[in-house]
Every structure is written in C-alpha cells, then in structure tokens.
Design a protein. Structure first.
Length: 196
C-alpha cells in the first residue's frame, strides 16, 4: 500500500498539469493523475476534492497574501495606497520560477469554459475579501468596493502580461506599471456629460 508522502500535493499538481496539457482536462482522470506519480486514486482524493481543485489549490493562501498586504499599511491610508501594498504582497506569491507552471495552467483554463468561470469566481472572491478588509479599516462605500475591484483587475491584467510568451519582467514590475496606469486614468478630468 502507498503511504501518504510528503510533497504529494505538489507532485500531483505537476503530474495533473502535464496530463491536462498533453491529453486535455476533460480526458484526464483523477486515477491517471495519481498513477502518474505512483499514488493511488484514494490518495489523490485525500489532497483534492476533484481534478479541478488541482488547478485552484492554494486559493486561500492567494487571498491571504492580499490581505496581509492590506494589513501591512498603517492607518490612515488612501484606498489605492492600501491596494498597492496588497499587490506588492501578492506578487511575492508568484516568483519568476513559477511562471512556466502559471503559463501552462492558464493554457488549460483558457481551453475550458467551466475552468474559466471558476477563475473569474476566484478573482471575484478575492475582491470581496479585500473590500471587507478595507471596510474594516474604515474605508466607506463605494470606495472600498471600487478599490478592491480595481486591485483585482490590476492583478488580472498584470498576471496576463506576466505569463505571455517572451515576457521577462517580474510580476511586481508589471503590476506597478498597471497600477500607475490606473492612477493616470483616475487623475484625468471626467468629460462633462452635458456637453456630450
């Protein structure tokens, strides 16, 4: 009988991604993933509730690094200053060595509408959690939600750039640039609706 080995979660993730990439997400079974690393299907289900969870494992940690960044800023601080700190914290979760895995993972997600929906849900959950943390800091609505949704959008755009083929900049550098662009947009005067 195969024992529950240290590092099995990571081994299962790597094997699953390789199988999803070579034979397709729908065509890959949990048993095949487990057998690829010398484990049983039962062991697979000790680590993941289903094969989708292999791609979304660590979501709680992902949200927590954003929240840690929110907590790192002393009060009072402007909402976008807090979001900048959250983004800096989150980008540390994605070192450059993780880029190849992230690229392959995104390729699998892009080929499956249900996985795309799950990814959107993950980012929506992130924005909800960050908005709650901002409200706890005393940032009122709609500012808390606007800042949190903007932070999630900045992350999504920066992440998509980071995993593009040939991209070499760090996620932190890209996120800083995208956040700067958001800052430029918010400083531009709004058009007068009556003159339109």
């Amino acid at each position: 009988m195969v024992r529950w080995e240290t590092g099995a979660t990571e081994r299962l993730q790597v094997a699953a991604l390789e199988l999803f990439t070579t034979q397709g997400f729908e065509q890959t079974t949990a048993a095949e993933i487990a057998h690829a690393v010398g484990l049983t299907e039962r062991t697979f289900f000790r680590h993941f509730s289903d094969k989708r969870e292999v791609l979304f494992y660590g979501q709680d940690q992902f949200v927590q690094v954003f929240l840690d960044g929110v907590d790192a800023v002393p009060s009072p601080a402007a909402p976008l200053e807090v979001i900048a700190s959250a983004l800096r914290s989150a980008t540390a979760f994605f070192p450059d060595g993780r880029r190849p895995y992230s690229r392959a993972r995104q390729t699998v997600i892009d080929q499956n509408p249900a996985l795309q929906e799950r990814e959107r849900h993950k980012l929506a959950g992130l924005a909800t959690a960050v908005a709650g943390a901002l409200r706890e800091r005393g940032i009122s609505e709609p500012g808390a939600t606007l800042a949190a949704e903007s932070g999630a959008t900045v992350f999504r755009i920066a992440f998509a750039q980071w995993i593009r083929a040939g991209e070499e900049r760090s996620l932190a550098d890209i996120a800083t640039g995208v956040l700067d662009e958001l800052g430029h947009l918010t400083r531009r005067p709004l058009p007068d609706p009556e003159s339109a």
